[in-house]
Design a protein around this ligand. Structure first.
Ligand code: GRF
Length: 216
């Protein structure tokens, strides 16, 4: 069966993108990474993708007069590669409403907290500062409100005494690398349905949409 073509948008390190690329190397994985687009020329993830043989494009947002014009250029690149699902993976540009509306129901993001807690930047630091005992990561559909779309799946990570933002971020990141490929698989298998602002995942075992870092 034809694999779902995924376009990944990055701005930096690209470790989530790399986890999707690795997952897609598996023969039975139902999606392929059709292209990686970065708004930052110096994003280390661009080299990682290129070295992995993935089509890459750098589209500097500063070359465009406004957000929507930039996003239309990104969309043209994604369309050129036949992309059917956009995966935001550390893409550090605030979107205009146009982009999530154009890709409505076909755009996911990963965020390093258990949404709706700790939206925005520095989510791991916010969890520590709040004294949270548990944090984690969330994959959600993207809507115009930042980090506000319907939740697909989450992974829970215990906050340890003595954690710094970095140590917590590293443990959350390990779970991000499990969670994102799983959700993209479900999307490609047609298992995700949005209903009344919530996401139903069909044909998976009960509880499969919540991972725990302390379980394999
Ligand atoms: C991740 O923590 C992700 O949740 C957040 O930005 C970070 C990107 O890391 N949206 P990487 O570029 O995927 O390594």
């Amino acid at each position: 069966m034809a694999k779902l073509k995924v376009g990944v948008l990055i701005s930096g390190r690209g470790s989530n993108m790399a986890s999707l690329v690795r997952a897609a190397w598996e023969e039975d994985y139902p999606a392929e990474i059709a292209c990686v687009v970065s708004n930052a020329a110096d994003a280390p993830g661009v080299k990682i993708a290129r070295d992995a043989g993935i089509a890459t494009a750098v589209i500097p947002h500063g070359d465009y007069p406004d957000r929507e014009t930039f996003e239309r250029a990104v969309t043209a690149e994604l369309d050129k590669h036949g992309v059917r699902l956009v995966a935001l993976a550390g893409f550090m540009r605030v979107l205009s409403p146009w982009f999530p509306q154009y890709w409505q129901g076909r755009i996911l993001n990963i965020h390093p907290s258990l949404l709706p807690a700790f939206k925005g930047l520095d989510a791991q630091r916010k969890a520590i500062d709040a004294g949270a005992r548990v944090s984690g990561c969330t994959v959600h559909f993207v809507v115009p409100e930042i980090d506000g779309g319907p939740i697909v799946a989450q992974a829970a990570v215990r906050v340890l005494a003595g954690d710094t933002a970095d140590t917590l971020a590293n443990r959350i990141l390990q779970q991000e690398h499990r969670l994102y490929p799983l959700v993209v698989r479900w999307f490609a298998e047609g298992r995700l349905r949005q209903k009344d602002g919530r996401v139903e995942v069909t044909g998976v075992p009960p509880g499969a949409t919540l991972l725990f870092s302390e379980e394999p």
